[in-house]
Design a protein. Structure first.
Length: 386
């Protein structure tokens, strides 16, 4: 809705997120990191370190940002509301919050970030004060990052303090999202090849988005080397083969009902490097095909169990290889599988950073949308059969 308003030139409220850190040094580090992270979208994101400015200067800065709330993204016809990322300590922001809330039309205050819950407790009074001032402005989840595995690991007094902070920010009935950060890594532990490859996921809203993304990854050689693409059914497998062929990307399908001799022939030529793209089904083989020395696995459809995911991932031999999963956020089973993978990785490797989100700049890769869509629209069952 806000994007549409901005595109029509209508005035939209400033969107703001708040990042609270436990010290001014950490605030400075976070502001520097956020500035580097958003350097390619600086037209629509403004990072403000409140610890370096007076309350009046912060308000003045936000008013300046709000006046340019219909910023256009270069290379896109869309216009987006300007976003401000406010970085501060709880103590400093407590002095600024009331002035900011009154002087600038902030639409939402999205996140409260602390390094550890124990450190959040040190600033409990300040956090409660800030939350009480901004609770009416908060329209998104408040996120607390912590190295505590569960809130129950806190002492009773710390649990009471954390409850008071959450209620101040979100009200008595809302739930905060608590993200567990990693403990110090055990460098002495030997890591398996399966753990060291990149495990990634990318959110795709539609099936067309999947085709746009796979076109960019393969046609532009962002993913290089022998790649296995896993799909959920044979029709999707041949649709993908047909699609790739239209862009001169040679691939073969290994279906579950192929004669044994044909399977052996395809695997032989794939394993010796005659072609780089093999499309397979995630399940259904009487005997799992033996694939050798592959660089990447793309789960075009999210797998439905960890063993299937792990079995294919273990065939990657390149240290720079990856397992990339296309997940649709509107599908509960896709989101559930991502959570399941996270739990499995945590149990197996004691880490929460094994699987990471692949940031996709859709305004860039969507430049190929017309080319992809023209082929995608002809992927009927009749066209695939021919």
């Amino acid at each position: 809705m806000e994007q549409a308003k901005a595109a029509e030139g209508e005035k939209v409220p400033l969107v703001a997120s708040v990042v609270l850190c436990h010290s001014q040094i950490r605030s400075a580090e976070m502001a520097e990191f956020a500035t580097e992270l958003t350097q390619f979208c600086s037209e629509i994101v403004e990072v403000v370190n409140c610890d370096e400015l007076s309350p009046e200067q912060v308000v003045q800065k936000l008013a300046q940002v709000a006046s340019n709330s219909g910023a256009a993204v270069e290379g896109s016809d869309l216009s987006f509301p300007k976003t401000a990322l406010l970085v501060s300590t709880p103590e400093t922001f407590g002095k600024v919050a009331k002035m900011v809330a009154k002087a600038v039309p902030i639409n939402n205050t999205a996140s409260c970030l602390t390094n550890r819950l124990a450190e959040a407790m040190d600033f409990k009074d300040e956090l409660v004060d800030v939350g009480s001032q901004l609770i009416e402005k908060v329209s998104c989840k408040v996120i607390f990052t912590t190295n505590v595995r569960d809130e129950k690991d806190l002492s009773m007094s710390e649990q009471d303090d954390f409850k008071e902070i959450k209620e101040a920010w979100m009200g008595p009935d809302a739930k905060a999202l608590t993200v567990r950060m990693n403990d110090d890594a055990d460098e002495s532990r030997e890591r398996t090849a399966f753990e060291t490859v990149a495990h990634l996921f990318a959110f795709t809203k539609t099936t067309l988005d999947k085709y746009i993304l796979i076109f960019n990854l393969l046609k532009l050689a962002i993913l290089e080397g022998k790649t296995v693409i896993l799909v959920s059914d044979v029709t999707q497998a041949y649709r993908l083969k047909y699609f790739l062929a239209k862009f001169s990307l040679r691939s073969f399908v290994l279906s579950t009902d192929m004669p044994k001799a044909q399977v052996s022939s395809i695997l032989h030529f794939y394993n010796i490097g005659q072609f780089d793209l093999l499309i397979m089904l995630q399940t259904g083989y009487s005997k799992r095909p033996m694939i050798k020395e592959i660089s990447n696995v793309i789960n075009f459809d999210m797998p439905r169990d960890y063993n299937t995911y792990k079995m294919t991932g273990q065939t990657i031999t390149e240290e720079t290889g990856c397992v990339l999963n296309f997940a649709m956020p509107d599908k509960d089973e896709d989101i559930g599988m991502l959570a399941h993978l996270q739990r499995k990785f945590r149990k197996s490797f004691g880490r929460d950073d094994v699987i990471k989100c692949l940031p996709v700049i859709w305004t860039e890769i969507s430049k190929s949308k017309s080319r992809v869509e023209s082929v995608f629209n002809h992927l009927s069952n009749k066209a695939v059969q021919q």
